[in-house]
Design a protein around this ligand. Sequence first.
Ligand SMILES: [Zn+2]
Length: 405
Amino acid sequence: MPLLKNISTLYVCPDDGDQSDVHPVHDAVISWKDGIIEWVGPKSEFPGREDDYDVLNAGGRIVIPGLVDCHTHLAFGGWRPDEFEMRVQGKSYLEISRSGGGILSTVRETRSIHENELYEKTAGLLDKINRSGTTTIECKSGYGLSLKDEIKTLRVYDRLRYNKTAHIISTFLGAHTIPPEFQDNRKSYISLLTDDIIPRVGEEKLAKFCDVFVEESAFTVDEARHILEAGKRYGLQPKVHADQLTSCGGAELAAETGAISADHLEKVSDLGIKKMADAGVIAVTLPFASLYTQESFLDCRKLMDGGVRVAVATDFNPGSAPCYDMPLAMMLACNQSRLTPAQALKGATIYGAKAIGMENSTGSLEKGKSADFLVIDAPSVNFWMYQFAPDRKMEVFLKGECIQS
Ligand SMILES: [Zn+2]
């Protein structure tokens, strides 16, 4: 049985307490068996004998739970570097999407490649993503927008589970945008989603969640409600892309439909915050999307003051957030969205896990959970976030196995 000792500080990150309460344990040890945590706590209270264990030495470094990226669009064809240049020149996201760029260009590329090619590209990305500490990742479809291509994307995520490089949670996002062949007939596309694709995704158990992009340029609140209710009938729990560019009632809809999370929220209303708090909806802040679109960052402190828990994720996608580095997203959430390093840590671990229904198996370092953790060469989480260094040494453990060092 492995035992990791000589940990200067281990951050438990339990669900209880408020967003700041990461429960640091000094001079800690952690032991696990068959990939499941057996014991965590101060060395002085460890009940076992070291001789009975395979002892590993953390060398005085810190240990945190494996990071949970609870919002990505991981599988897609192509990239969009030209659009990056357009945005830098001052073209808005809405202008780019209205001129035929944006999501639709990725839809064309994703439809044009074979499932195996999409799988190879996505597996390669996931391998790099692990290196920055992500051990659990939510992956959305939404660049296929047809029965065949949405199923193709979700099958890629299913296949990735066998690589054992991360816990993978799939989300169906057929309601990402209206595909070109339905531009003049959006009702028919929504019927295709609710009557054909969602039943198939539910029956084949290809996704755990159903997400809708609620926005002026995408789906209205009424359309989203109809799609999310269809998802629920097939066992898919709601998630919402809400209030990113305009305040259009996405947060309120998330609360009304029992969504597990509402993501983006830069333009959320005060009523939306109150309804999310009352319904226990997790907010997900996506700092890269604000950075790359030159839009305002979410004021996370306002949400926390309103009683909402805030998760931090990357929104990794080829348009508005082509970066998958969770520690960098956390550092931006500190600098731009007013989270303390401890609050960002809890947002990137246990609250991220809650945003995808994984809090019983990962997201904190507690007995009975998967031994997913990072050994980081920093004296504290404050220092790690403050002196951001992309080359900082980090060991990544997934289910008790060191998968990156
Ligand atoms: Zn997104």
